[in-house]
Design a protein around this ligand. Structure first.
Ligand code: GTR
Length: 410
């Protein structure tokens, strides 16, 4: 970066709605071929060209990757979480990429429910960080020291003291089990370490790509979620047809891209995924594409960086990625203390996807304006803006479980 553009990146943060320059969103019901879309069939015919645009310009093009994989149940227990749940720890390894240690997936399944729906997502600090279950394996993979706490992470490896210390209350296992849902999670660093050179020792390096620019870490993490779903399809203890993929923040961006590409996911929940996730790119508010590409060059494809100061020439915006999830249910959330993620931009993105849901006779949000705090809106597609800071907390999970009961598992 030149000095001038570095200064611009540093200065260009806006939190004033009135200062957002006017922008025009690409019409969601105009296909990539320029033709008007009026039926679900036409929308579906447009699907792969639109996905390709997102891949080429933002998330990177997923190359052909062998998915010859093996599942090894490393450990299982029939009376976990005080006797309420079955716990399984499953290692997914890849025959063609033996240099990868594999995806270590933690599953809790309620004992009193036959084939429950399952929440699927990645976690930031390893499965062991999510609760106090001492049998959960400590991740051995490279880790960001989010807390800058040497007791928990030393030399980029998790220590035993990080057990149960997750930054976000991201996976309240008992809450899910008590309400009849299963959970399946894995550490995102299992497939690529989250730093600029991480691709070398992760999946992108293993598949032998020297050009790391065309594909992205986000693409690799989305791929990871789909491999987790591959396993779930073989596990008769859960209902993989009702797999709800979700994620917080950067992991919400990855879950969004996974849900858009992989239609086996039954529903998608975006927890404060912000720029590169739910937020409209054209709005100058909070984090921008310039900032994110500068700070996290590995997250998105090289081409995304060419839109610096020129976002209006991007041939789409994030409302169209929500269109690619339709007609499946979607829940988007923001937090008052997380203006960085552009709450109104996340609301407007989902709002502007309504025409695609309407093609399938699915109701919209039932609100034209951003709602006040702690008042969820919508039904099949939902949105809430809660009080509090940037995290995934018990309030969020109460709403997700309600949504899952009312919409996904009805
Ligand atoms: C921030 C980044 C956000 C979000 C967040 C997170 O630093 O700017 O886009 O992804 O990290 O993942 O918590």
């Amino acid at each position: 970066l030149s000095l001038i553009s570095q200064c611009m990146v540093a200065q260009n943060v806006n939190y004033d709605e009135a200062k957002i320059p006017p922008y025009t969103l690409p019409d969601i019901l105009t296909g990539v071929d320029g033709k008007k879309i009026t039926t679900p069939k036409q929308w579906e015919a447009n699907r792969s060209a639109l996905l390709q645009l997102f891949a080429e310009n933002v998330y990177g093009v997923t190359p052909t990757i062998s998915t010859r994989q093996h599942y090894k149940v490393l450990e299982t227990k029939n009376d976990a979480l005080g006797g309420k749940a079955i716990r399984k720890q499953v290692l997914i390894t890849f025959d063609d990429y033996p240099q990868l240690s594999g995806i270590n997936m933690l599953l809790y399944i309620p004992k009193n429910v036959a084939k429950p729906p399952v929440f699927v997502g990645l976690n930031f600090e390893g499965n062991h960080s999510l609760g106090n279950d001492p049998a959960v394996l400590l991740t051995q993979n490279w880790m960001v020291d989010f807390q800058k706490n040497p007791e928990r992470v030393k030399d980029n490896r998790a220590l035993e003291a990080s057990r149960g210390k997750a930054v976000v209350e991201s996976w309240p296992a008992e809450m899910m089990i008590d309400q009849g849902f299963a959970m399946a999670t894995a550490y995102y660093g299992d497939i690529e370490p989250d730093h600029a050179e991480g691709w070398k020792s992760g999946l992108r390096g293993a598949i032998g790509r020297t050009d790391s620019q065309k594909w992205s870490a986000m693409g690799a993490w989305a791929w990871q979620l789909s491999r987790m779903l591959d396993y779930l399809q073989t596990d008769t203890d859960v209902n993989s047809k009702k797999a709800i993929v979700l994620g917080h923040s950067r992991l919400g961006k990855a879950a969004f891209w996974a849900a858009a590409q992989d239609q086996r996911f039954a529903a998608f929940i975006s927890n404060e995924s912000g720029e590169g996730g739910a937020a409209l790119k054209r709005r100058w508010y909070g984090e921008t594409h310039e900032i994110i590409n500068d700070k996290f060059p590995h997250w998105f494809s090289g081409k995304y960086k060419t839109y610096s100061n020129n976002i209006s020439s991007l041939p789409f915006d994030q409302h169209q990625l929500f269109g690619l999830i339709a007609p499946r249910p979607v829940y988007v959330t923001s937090a008052e203390g997380d203006q960085w993620a552009d709450p109104n931009g996340q609301f407007l993105s989902l709002k502007n996807a309504e025409p695609v849901f309407a093609l399938y006779s699915k109701k919209g949000l039932g609100a034209d304006k951003h709602p006040p705090v702690n008042q969820p809106v919508g039904d099949h597609i939902r949105y809430h803006y809660r009080s509090g800071k940037h995290d995934m907390n018990a309030y969020d999970w109460e709403q997700y479980l309600k949504f899952a009961r009312e919409v996904v598992n009805k």
